[in-house]
Design a protein around this ligand. Sequence first.
Ligand SMILES: Cc1ncc(COP(=O)(O)O)c(C=O)c1O
Length: 369
Amino acid sequence: MERLLVEPFYVMKVLERAKELEKRGEKVIHLEIGEPDLPVPNKVKERALELLKSLELKYTESVGIYPLREAISSYYEREYGVKVEPERVIITPGSSPGLLALLKVAFEFLGEVSYSDPGYPCYKNMVKFLNIKGRALKVFPENQFKVEAKDLKTPVLIVNSPSNPTGSLYSKKELSKLAEKAFLISDEIYHGITYGQRATSVLEVSENCAVVNGFSKFFLMTGWRLGFLIVPKEFVPQITAVLQNIVISPPTLSQFAALACFEEETLRELKENIKVFKERRDLLLKGLKEIGFKVPVEPQGAFYVFADASKFTDDSFSFAFEVLEKAKVAITPGKDFGSNGTEKFVRFSFCTSKRNIEEALERLYSYLR
Ligand SMILES: Cc1ncc(COP(=O)(O)O)c(C=O)c1O
């Protein structure tokens, strides 16, 4: 079989080339990767070290340990004022396999799934991999790249707010309108990382919905592979059975250590990080505009700027490689996020220090101007 079952991430090609350049001794500045550079909370690391001495790392229940399901349930109550029974919270090894299981189950219960273009690539790729019916909905800068209820024709919609790659945030009213028309799968992985108003959880506006979330972004724990779902009661047995088969259980050490995430001190520290992200965002936005990029939607959350590079190119895929070769700055081509006008766009991630961002901007300025 020659053709891949799903499309790869094009950015991986950028990363591969960046690594080759680095091997040759070049200093590449990485603005392509969506992985927070800030350190994992201390309490989590301390807890993990203690646990390693005392805990036998055996499988846990497929749906995860009850104390963590409870901690997530009360976190959602504190943050959003919603009540969800811990039995509806399912822990997964990162949010990605949770989303995969949920998509299949939601499709079997309800039918065709829509997602936005541009949008997070895994939605389209997972739909394709599962061989379920899916529909890309074109979204445009004029509406901040958000899906509008009038365009929604399927019983299920994936929403991602704050969004990757655009940083757009759906208001409570917008989410309510969408929830009136479809079952929402709300990818809330960037919740907690917002630069003004907080993000609304879909659970605040509808009963008829599911949440995908995890510990990789706000909690900074990418490599700990921990995520969770909050689903309607009738989905639980189906999703549990799928997870029993495909993952057996989420990582034991990560689950116990993650309990420390919900302690006051850790949450306070994590909330402080938002100031750091905000400063980087402001710096990057200002610099990119000075160079000549257009930013039709300033990110209200997450850690990306989706910039229109049409002043410099009409092929942002080649442009990403050109910028890497000439300015030694790695960025993500728009093509990764869909096909609706994405050849004009590139995504800059601000998961790196202000110093690196400044240097990247200087390099881009001298190359492009
Ligand atoms: C929108 C979105 N959803 C989900 C994920 C997956 O995260 P993880 O599997 O690490 O929880 C990512 C990662 O970049 C993302 O950007």
